[in-house]
Design a protein around this ligand. Sequence first.
Ligand SMILES: CC(C)(COP(=O)(O)OP(=O)(O)OC[C@H]1O[C@@H](n2cnc3c(N)ncnc32)[C@H](O)[C@@H]1OP(=O)(O)O)[C@@H](O)C(=O)NCCC(=O)NCCS
Length: 213
Amino acid sequence: MGMIGYIREEIEIIRERDPAIKTPLEVFLYPSFKAILKYRIAHKLYMRQHYFLARWISQRTARKTGIEIHPGATIGRGLFIDHGHGVIIGETAVVGNNVTLFQGVTLGGNGKEKGKRHPTIGDNVMISAGAKVLGSFKIGENSKIGAGSVVLSEVPPNSTVVGVPGRVVKRDNVRVPQADMEQINLPDPVLNDIQQLKKEIEILKEKIGGLNV
Ligand SMILES: CC(C)(COP(=O)(O)OP(=O)(O)OC[C@H]1O[C@@H](n2cnc3c(N)ncnc32)[C@H](O)[C@@H]1OP(=O)(O)O)[C@@H](O)C(=O)NCCC(=O)NCCS
């Protein structure tokens, strides 16, 4: 796609997803516009093994926009990064089509994996402000990650995930019951055994008392 086509597409994406935009010209003021354009150039250089130049563009863009996209990341069409500051997309991250990220999102590693160590984000996923997605798992298409969540494992499609660590609270727009996740009143087999033994001791005491020895 040529530059004009890219600008047209960006205007459409931003108009569709940010109610704050009033005139098409404002698209040039969005850090997302600048960061994704520079990423596309850096990614081409990275694929041709011009690693230094690719990183140079990526780091310079990060200083200017607050959005750091590693040139090795694979990004589909229609990515929109709203506000942008503090967004990090790691080297082995894969981002599908029509994904929306807000400020402060990290698509990062958990420090324990080698090779593919960043997440794969499905089509139409929204990742809210400040959310951290850490590891090489997949976020299923059409899912939403709540603000401030820390997601450490695979998310099925069409889910809403919130909290630290992230847990699925909705699937296919239906609330997922949380009762089976209750951690406070768990059964205690040791306590049960002790209570059973106490009962048996009481019975034995009564029997011994009844012998009159
Ligand atoms: C997660 C989110 C996308 C809503 O998704 P949704 O599928 O419509 O989910 P709901 O609003 O029905 O919430 C489902 C449950 O998760 C809870 N929840 C929602 N967002 C949460 C969050 N960020 N952290 C913790 N819990 C959250 C709700 O209270 C609700 O709990 P309940 O079932 O006990 O009432 C939204 O809450 C969110 O986080 N938006 C942030 C968008 C953003 O980044 N804006 C920044 C603009 S600058």
